[in-house]
Design a binder for this molecule. Sequence first.
Ligand code: ATP
Ligand code: MG
Length: 260
Amino acid sequence: MDVKENIAPLQKENTSEEIVVRIQDLYKSFGDNKVLNGFNMVLRKGENLVVMGKSGSGKSVMIKCLVGLMVPDRGVVEVLGEDIARLNQVDLDELRSDIGFLFQGSALYDSMTVRENLEFPMRRHRKKFEGVTDTLPLVQEALENVGLAHTMDLMPEELSGGMKRRIALARAIILKPKLILYDEPTSGLDPITAKEIIGLMRSIQKKYGTSALIITHDVDCARVISERMILLVDGINYAEGAYQELVTSSDPKINAFFKK
Ligand SMILES: Nc1ncnc2c1ncn2[C@@H]1O[C@H](COP(=O)(O)OP(=O)(O)OP(=O)(O)O)[C@@H](O)[C@H]1O
Ligand SMILES: [Mg+2]
């Protein structure tokens, strides 16, 4: 486990491990509200990295900076080898076609069927699907991965909260992304449904070998899914390590995360 003071400045490491995301010295304020104050993070290929932070600590802000939906005040964000700040809109869109995003909530389009919701990212990223004339097999595959092949023609209002989350997960994987970003994948779900979603996240990682950044409050989710965790406190990566290392820490700021 590392506490911030002990973390060496992030440099291009001399390792053969491929780095999927590198966030270096990220700052973001809204007026006087200093949200991120020098946040650092590295996500390696094939890894499940969990970022935990209390509500309002800047987790969603960080993830938005990562996909270029928000421009940081300072700092470098590299995703799949690209410096986000240097990309034009076309290149940014192309990069996003390799990123699956499970939004906080689920954020399905209420006026579209399940199938149309799943086709939406494919229409946005036509280039990636240039040779595809029939989207049906891809929609079917994505839905089968989340056990909901029979819901293709339903509207979101006909689905339960847990089903919506699964559909959102199917939509995040339909692009066969190299990286999946999960913003609170289990929030608002009962413990059994949350467990099912975690199970699906794991099976997707196993099947496709994707790297995942998981933002969560849910200690059980973090324990089950994380290979490594970062605790976001006061706008910085306050501590990082494996769940077992962090859960046994005597640092009160770390400890607070694991008290039920
Ligand atoms: N577009 C914005 N304009 C102004 N302030 C914002 C904006 N987006 C986020 N903030 C502020 O940034 C802070 C961090 O917000 P963020 O949504 O990242 O929190 P979070 O850690 O994701 O919280 P939660 O766990 O509740 O989702 C909050 O104080 C929020 O009010
Ligand atoms: Mg959030």
